[in-house]
Design a protein around this ligand. Structure first.
Ligand code: HEM
Length: 168
């Protein structure tokens, strides 16, 4: 796929195994959010994955309240792949003040990631996130699914988010 910023730039060959992720994805129905300590909620989300010819994918995720449409969670960052391997790293900044590095493996069209490093602003609200596990999977029906689990100060690892997207 050519770069959406400058369509003369070819995809860096390092990223060929992740080509299926590139582009814009809109949720096809509201995603489900939950955690033992909060009220279950529904949200919509748009994902953008692009490149500028570097061996790096740039991404932006913007989530909204399903009913009020108000902006909620936002994340942006970079995806890197270790050349010649299936190791993938996500370098992420979140609007909540959390920054994280997740690493994991690409198996076919499934990416399973675990947080390696987490940091937050000195005035972040509790509870603090202790661990994040995230899976992206391109399903056989062409939809992309993302699930996110997290552990906090006071809860063990449990699912927080599940959502599916169609390419737009
Ligand atoms: C609550 C983390 C993504 C919506 C929370 C809480 C944490 C958290 C730590 C507080 C849990 C508690 O009080 O015990 C994260 C992390 C995310 C993420 C690490 C990404 C990796 C999202 C996304 C949405 C979202 C994409 C979509 C809208 C919410 C909502 C609450 C919540 C609505 C409840 C807020 C409240 O009741 O005060 N999240 N979140 N989160 N999150 Fe997320």
């Amino acid at each position: 796929m050519a770069c959406p910023v400058n369509n003369t730039v070819e995809l860096n060959p390092t990223l060929l195994p992740l080509e299926w992720l590139l582009g814009t994805w809109e949720c096809d129905e509201p995603g489900e959010g939950s955690f033992p300590t909060i009220k279950p909620f529904r949200y919509t989300e748009t994902l953008h994955f692009s490149h500028v010819g570097q061996p790096v994918i740039n991404f932006m995720f913007n989530a909204f309240h399903a009913e009020s449409k108000k902006p909620l969670h936002r994340e942006c960052g970079f995806v890197r792949m270790q050349p010649g391997t299936n190791r993938v790293a996500f370098i992420i900044a979140q609007n909540s003040g959390l920054v994280e590095i997740e690493e994991g493996e690409l198996t076919g069209q499934q990416l399973s990631l675990q947080s390696l490093q987490l940091a937050r602003t000195s005035f972040a609200k509790e509870p603090y996130v202790k661990q994040i596990c995230r899976v992206f999977q391109l399903r056989s029906d062409g939809k992309l699914e993302q699930t996110v689990s997290m552990a906090t100060d006071n809860q063990p690892l449990m699912q927080h988010l599940r959502i599916t997207y169609r390419r737009s």
